[in-house]
Design a protein around this ligand. Structure first.
Ligand SMILES: Nc1ncnc2c1ncn2[C@@H]1O[C@H](COP(=O)(O)OP(=O)(O)O)[C@@H](O)[C@H]1O
Ligand SMILES: [Mg+2]
Length: 241
């Protein structure tokens, strides 16, 4: 039996926009096991980012339950959540979210500043993470001196520098050309296979999804059953060929 690291039950998120209410996530039950590499797919607005943000405890649900790595996220205070997230979650954004005035090394060191690791070790860990993503020779470069693919690799180094159990990526290849996208996907796959990281990746690219071991589809805030074909499956297939 697998070791479940993410479990949601009737997980819901409602946004109130003026008089309108949007059910961004509607009673989602999902179980993700340690070592899984899950691709979350679905049309724009189907709730993919919302689900990822709830798993990362970057946002709070309006209904249902969510347990991540054995912790009931609803019980944490905001301060506890920030520490928990820093220790257990590596998050990769579509637009990299690097701090422009900091070098690659300083960007990657940031999550370690919330730990009590001494400066010398922080720098060593950050340099190791950057070497792992093939940027050992770019430690002192600012984000603007790097290509998009290199920026995303710095962001991956930042996501893994604390050695988190879970890696969450929201359209990590959305801003990259095909070659850089391939590098990033290969890296996520390695982190999953060789380092045993559990990976949840949002994508609407069927090619990217092929790097995952499991594909789940969201539609209008609802999670489709395993193996169900989404309404837009025909267009997804035609993109693939
Ligand atoms: N902060 C917000 N305020 C109001 N509505 C939001 C907010 N964030 C997302 N939504 C709405 O929730 C739905 C799901 O959004 P999202 O999770 O971002 O979708 P996806 O990532 O699949 O494109 C959409 O209808 C979106 O407009
Ligand atoms: Mg999104």
């Amino acid at each position: 039996m697998g070791d479940t690291v993410i479990r949601t039950r009737k997980l819901s998120k409602e946004y109130a926009r003026d008089e309108f209410k949007v059910m961004a996530l509607d009673e989602v039950d999902i179980d993700i096991d340690r070592g899984d590499f899950v691709a979350l797919m679905g049309p724009s607005g189907s709730g993919k980012s919302t689900l990822l943000h709830l798993i990362a405890a970057m946002d709070r649900p309006t209904g249902g339950d969510i347990e991540v790595l054995g912790a009931n996220l609803r019980q944490f205070s905001d301060k506890q959540i920030a520490h928990w997230r820093n220790e257990h979650i590596g998050f990769i954004f579509q637009s990299f979210n690097l701090i422009p005035v900091l070098t690659g090394l300083e960007n990657v060191e940031l999550p370690l500043k919330l730990t009590n690791l001494p400066k010398k070790e922080r720098i060593e860990h950050a340099a190791t993470a950057l070497k792992l993503v093939g940027l050992g020779d770019r430690l002192g470069h600012l984000p603007k001196q790097l290509s998009g693919g290199q920026e995303q690799r710095v962001a991956i180094a930042r996501a893994i520098v604390t050695d988190p159990d879970l890696i969450l990526a929201d359209e990590p290849t959305g801003n990259l050309d095909a070659a850089a996208a391939e590098d990033v996907l290969t890296m996520l796959s390695r982190l999953n296979k060789e380092f045993g990281k559990t990976v949840v990746m949002v994508t609407h690219d069927p090619h990217a999804a092929r790097f995952a071991t499991t594909i789940r589809h969201l539609e209008k805030g609802r999670l489709l059953p395993v193996g169900a074909l989404p309404a837009d499956w025909a267009s997804a297939i035609s993109v693939r060929n």
